[in-house]
Write a protein that binds this ligand. Structure first.
Ligand code: G
Ligand code: G
Ligand code: MN
Ligand code: NA
Length: 251
């Protein structure tokens, strides 16, 4: 279709842009612990497109690898200039993880950029893990053995068996914003999030609550023991040039 043609005609990814949304520590004044890279496509006619409108097309057209590595390279280069105790999180499609050389290619990007592996977090979705693919298991093992952090995105929206997910050693769970939006309503948002946080804590896994939009949610999630918070209340995704919180103070 016209959309995939448009992507194919731009092999240099000239109109892609990486936006960043900060993630904040739930303790000690909500300082920024890192940022998530979120790709955008600046379309000449249709304006700024979000990933939902072109990631699936890139996946079908076999371009997700090239796109994913372009984003990864941009993100690692950017994070090199942020404080040492911060991370950059990059989303990974299931198709990328199926490549046998995925881990080696990630290591190459890290080396080229100079970013320490421990400062990179890769966000996977449940669908990456439910394929019950031993290759995925060994790719993840390889990534973690070098110190790369692995997080599970949109946690709670899939239908995977929890014990199955826990077979994979992961560093962080990102609690889906649909649960956060239930806080302060009659639904059991607090009980669900509390259970996820308690389980994660026992397993030594960090928790980021996504979609934090209000001060009430921020305070509630911090009290529940989430380790990090992310959402419009702190910042929307912004272009790198507008990401002020990691900039060195000008002297
Ligand atoms: O930024 P926005 O809310 O529109 O993001 C929508 C979805 O697109 C998110 O679920 C996110 O995981 C996904 N996404 C954003 N950037 C990337 C990327 O670089 N690669 C992949 N595979 N997915 C991305
Ligand atoms: O699935 P993933 O977590 O990668 O998706 C991130 C998406 O969530 C981005 O598209 C981003 O624009 C969106 N997002 C980030 N913070 C908020 C928020 O506080 N509220 C809502 N509704 N969406 C958010
Ligand atoms: Mn994500
Ligand atoms: Na998410």
């Amino acid at each position: 279709g016209p959309r995939s043609d448009a992507i194919a005609n731009r092999p240099d990814f000239g109109s892609l842009e990486v936006y960043y949304q900060t993630v904040h520590r739930a303790e000690g004044g909500y300082s920024a612990s890192g940022a998530e890279a979120l790709v955008r496509w600046r379309h000449s006619q249709r304006g700024l497109l979000t990933p939902a409108s072109f990631i699936p097309v890139a996946e079908e057209g076999g371009l997700i690898d090239a796109l994913g590595f372009w984003v990864l390279r941009e993100a690692c280069r950017a994070a090199c200039k942020w404080p040492d105790d911060t991370f950059v999180a990059v989303n990974v499609s299931p198709a990328q993880l199926r490549r046998p050389n995925f881990a080696e290619e990630v290591f190459a990007v890290l080396e080229e950029s100079g970013l320490p592996p421990s400062r990179l977090e890769l966000e996977l979705t449940e669908s990456s893990l439910i394929e019950d693919n031993s290759d995925v298991y060994s790719v993840l093992k390889s990534l973690r053995s070098r110190g790369i952090q692995i997080s599970l995105d949109d946690f709670g929206t899939g239908f995977s068996c929890l014990s199955h997910l826990m077979r994979f050693d992961i560093d962080r769970i990102k609690i889906d914003r649909s649960f956060v939006s239930l806080l302060g309503t009659k639904a059991n948002g607090a009980a669900i999030i509390g259970a996820i946080v308690a389980l994660s804590r026992n397993l030594g896994i960090s928790t980021t609550a996504e979609g934090v939009e209000t001060e009430y949610q921020r305070d509630f999630l911090a009290a529940l023991g989430c380790t990090d918070l992310q959402g419009y209340f702190f910042s929307k995704p912004v272009p790198l040039r507008e990401l002020d919180c990691f900039r060195e103070p000008e002297s």
